[in-house]
Design a protein around this ligand. Structure first.
Ligand SMILES: [Fe+2]
Ligand SMILES: [Fe+2]
Length: 215
């Protein structure tokens, strides 16, 4: 559950995205709306935070809610381009207008601007709040939701086959690189491993269901 301040923020973020009209061109899949993605990342960050008590929870959660807000300033020609850089000032303005301290607004803006720098995840100097934000971003739309995404995307094609969905599921890194766990925190890594197992088991079960294996 969200506290009332965060719930209000999410509502405002939804209005900002709706008003921008960006959802019309951001993504070919109507089920992938940005505010819902940011809400789900917030939920992942909340689950990870207890294993890192040194992290500033409020900073992490608010940054997660705003991390992709920069998409509202991107264009039809280049959807999502520089959304990290564009998002920082938008988040800062919102927070200042809503009574948050300038120092806090600056810290949120800084995390939003850096959220795509995944090469920094393993760097011990990277602030833990940024690490958790990036982990939350990577956990969304993987595992159960990733499977659903692939199935729905295949279902939107003119020619729909179970085999096509299977092939799409096998393209995912969760399947192709099972040894890879790019997350850092204990909880983040455990969630990633869980999603990987689920994805792998689902693909194996589907291959059997389709009569592609002898067992
Ligand atoms: Fe992003
Ligand atoms: Fe994101």
């Amino acid at each position: 559950m969200m506290n009332p301040a965060h719930a209000q923020m999410l509502q405002d973020i939804r209005s900002m995205v709706d008003r921008s009209g960006v959802q019309d061109f951001l993504d070919p899949y109507p089920f992938r709306d940005r505010p819902s993605h940011m809400y789900r990342c917030y939920c992942w960050a909340k689950r990870i935070l207890p294993c890192r008590p040194e992290a500033d929870a409020e900073l992490t959660l608010v940054s997660t809610l705003f991390h992709d807000i920069g998409v509202i300033a991107t264009t039809r020609e280049k959807p999502k381009a520089d959304h990290d850089l564009l998002g920082g000032p938008i988040a800062r303005d919102y927070l200042l207008q809503n009574g948050y301290a300038p120092a806090f607004a600056d810290r949120v803006a800084s995390l939003v601007v850096q959220h795509q720098a995944r090469e920094r995840m393993q760097d011990p100097d990277t602030p833990i709040e940024l690490v958790i934000l990036m982990e939350a971003d990577m956990l969304d739309e993987r595992g159960a939701l990733g499977i659903l995404w692939d199935a729905m995307a295949e279902g939107a094609k003119p020619l729909q086959t179970y085999e096509g969905t299977l092939e799409r599921l096998k393209m995912r890194k969760l399947y192709r690189r099972p040894e890879r766990n790019p997350l850092v925190t204990e909880r983040g890594r455990a969630f990633w491993a869980e999603k990987q197992r689920l994805h792998m088991d689902f693909v194996l079960a589907l291959e059997r269901d389709l009569g592609l294996t002898d067992d």
